[in-house]
Ligand binder design. Sequence first.
Ligand SMILES: [Zn+2]
Length: 405
Amino acid sequence: MIADSQPGHIDQIKQTNAGVVYRLIDQHGPISRIELSRLAQLAPASITKIVREMLEAHLVQETEFQDIGSRGRPATGLILDTVGWHYLSVRISKGDITLALRDLSSALVTEEQLPLPQEDSEPLLTRIINHIDQFFIRHQHKLERLTAIAITLPGIINTQTGIVHRMPFYPVVDMQLGPELEKRTGLPIFIQHDICAWTMAESLFGASRGARDVIHVVIDHNVGAGVITGGRLLHNGNSTLVEIGHTQVDPYGKQCYCGNHGCLETVASISSILTQAEQRMPSSPNSRLHHQPLSIDALCDAACQGDQLATDIIIGVGNSVGRIVAVMVNLFNPQKILIGSPLNRASEILYPAIAACIRQQSLPAYSSQIAVEPTQFVNLGTMPGAALVKDALYNGSLLVKLLQG
Ligand SMILES: [Zn+2]
């Protein structure tokens, strides 16, 4: 088609190729230009041109290395040049904000977690911007060239426009987070739902590296899932995660903040689990849960020590989550189910309950080989933001901006 040969299309190809070359150097470096040309399936002349631009921009560097199988003199290989480039990775969760400076290899330079109260006289946007400003001032002496800001948070987000429409825990209506930060800093801003970004982090750096089909279930303050299908994040570039938390598991259940009744989140979120434990404790006077402050850790520990009430509650959560995951298994036929949750402390009780549901309620041909495993990262820290930046380097979108200087 004629339209395909227009400049926009050529720019897109250039961006994609640059991203592929950068990813291959990251994953295989030190790597020779010849090997790069073979793996990228690009002509040697194209590799030479892309690599020259990256060398000039200080995004890659040359190094001598002994090529496998060659006994001769060392070859010239390419590796990434990452230390002179920093980005800010921010995570907002219930009651706190975590800010981190990382270099382009994703290595942590410095990280701070600060309180972000749910109610305050100042708007949330103003408070986030102040936190970022103050963080930069405090760490000015460590700062190298800034490339981007990545932010992950729970809520309904338009990842294209950077507008956060709604958030749990905070009174937010159409917060102009992306546009405002871009205006103030001139940097590319990446905003993504916390769970989606976490799924990407597990896929790039964590427990699902190399797996093509993965369901990542989060049971925490919120309940949701991220899906990797055919090696790609489902809904990538859109606003949504897989909202399993708002699937009805009990038609006669409690009303949820989404407006429906008996959502999975009303049964399996951390606060719902603790409320349930509180309600059931009076009828189990011998439970270990008495005589200590009630927390998820205490509940998990009691269950692992054989406490009947604690075990029943965790198996109940496993059954509710397992029913929904069984449906997802039939849709996506994954190799792996990853569980990200503070309940992983009692994985010996939770996982068999989830696995039993999957076995009994989904197609045997799909469910027989599935492993239920913990995520590598816990629901803390700023690795999800690091995944957004890595993804933007690999798909070329951020890389092209860095090449243009
Ligand atoms: Zn709901």
